[in-house]
Design a protein around this ligand. Sequence first.
Ligand SMILES: Cc1cc2nc3c(=O)[nH]c(=O)nc-3n(C[C@H](O)[C@H](O)[C@H](O)COP(=O)(O)O)c2cc1C
Length: 305
Amino acid sequence: MENVNLSVKIGDLYLDNPVMPASGAFGIEMESLFDFNNLGAVVPKSITKYPRGGNATPRVCEVTGGMINSIGIQSKGLEYYMEHTISAYQQYKTPLIASISADSVDEFVEMTRIIGNDPGVSAIELNISCPNLKGDGKAFGMDADLSYELLKKVRVVTELPIIAKLTPNVTSIQEIALACEKGGADGLNVANTLLGMAIDIHTHKPKIGNVLGGVSGPAVKPIIVRMIHQVRGVTDLPIIGCGGVMNYEDAIEMIIAGANAIQVGTASFINPMAMMEILDGIKEYLVTHKIKDINDLVGTVELAN
Ligand SMILES: Cc1cc2nc3c(=O)[nH]c(=O)nc-3n(C[C@H](O)[C@H](O)[C@H](O)COP(=O)(O)O)c2cc1C
């Protein structure tokens, strides 16, 4: 196949290609299925400071065009992550992006100081879509001032690129994106899951133990494409598109909307080879359309005047 440039940059970090897993939909157990060296980055499940059991079951259910999950960041804690998770990926040349969840700004800072100075980690993804226990239970990423404060404080404790993973459950995603940029984010992940609910009509009970959960999969893609387009309209920061990428066409659509890279979650549950197939499809698309550099495709949506 003809040579095309697939390499993308987030802050100072170069990725060989723009395809990576979404946190929570990927783990070291997938290494028997394909070569992780072919991924743009590896992104293990969000880590919390202390071990956590996760939410009440059932934690996942299928809905039309996707799924709802409310895992509750089941986690073995920071110590385990530092000792075992990071080292498990060291045999691969692929950069590791560590996703962090925390209950407070101070906890985010403390965790970033520790993880963000480990040589096995190449970038930090802040899961600011998780609830802020000190406030009113809203996610950090629902509050522009809090997002700014968080990014500003985290920015100074690591040299690594920092990606803010935004929540789509907001009125203006642009406002939060700009707050994160002002605070010092090097990249934005657009976005986490959309808050949803499903009810069993025979038992009248919610299908998720925690009642509400996050919707992911094809159902959310148009919303995410819209948000990527909106965020691209206000910032030049690298954007990672995430939500409903099932095939290479979805990935290309997000890149045309303004994403520099994409993450794949739900698709991997259906087909663990999805990321490899998406990468192959992106390459083929570039060759077919005679685009030598994937970066030339970013934000090329043509709007009517
Ligand atoms: C089972 C499951 C667990 C998830 N866990 C996390 C997590 O720990 N941290 C996080 O930032 N996002 C988490 N997510 C959200 C995904 O990373 C992603 O943002 C979302 O699923 C949308 O992408 P998709 O439509 O490709 O799945 C999880 C999603 C699923 C389905």
